[in-house]
Write a protein that binds this ligand. Structure first.
Ligand SMILES: [Zn+2]
Length: 117
């Protein structure tokens, strides 16, 4: 089955999705951004399946704000983030799976505000 949400929009800090079977999911925008599936964020597998993950760019507040969405070929949605990033296509199948069981997040590299002692 290739589910296509009947409703998809940012509600507060979540992406709200309603599926044809009536199930509703709320996925935190911050989670979605950190799971951005584009090659620049998630890395690209090479011929041998090794994934080269590029260094993570620092996020800003805008990175987790959703500006717009656009359906992609009936199987995915493109999310346009506040910091201008919009390379990631999020397959509906994946969004549904993430709604059913929250995904593991990649490690967030946070630079401390104060030097550690
Ligand atoms: Zn990305």
């Amino acid at each position: 089955m290739n589910p296509i949400p009947t409703f998809l929009a940012a509600v507060g800090e979540d992406l709200a999705l309603v599926w044809p079977d009536g199930v509703e999911h709320y996925l935190p925008l911050q989670t979605l951004r950190r799971l951005c599936p584009c090659a620049g964020c998630a890395g690209e597998g090479d011929f041998f399946g090794r994934v080269a993950r590029p260094p993570q760019k620092p996020y800003t507040t805008e990175s987790f704000q959703l500006r717009d969405t656009a359906p992609v070929g009936g199987y995915a949605v493109q999310l346009f983030w506040g910091d201008g990033h919009s390379d990631g296509f999020y397959p509906y199948e994946k969004l549904r799976a993430w709604g059913e069981s929250p995904p593991a997040l990649p490690k967030l590299s946070v630079s401390p505000l104060l030097p550690s002692l």
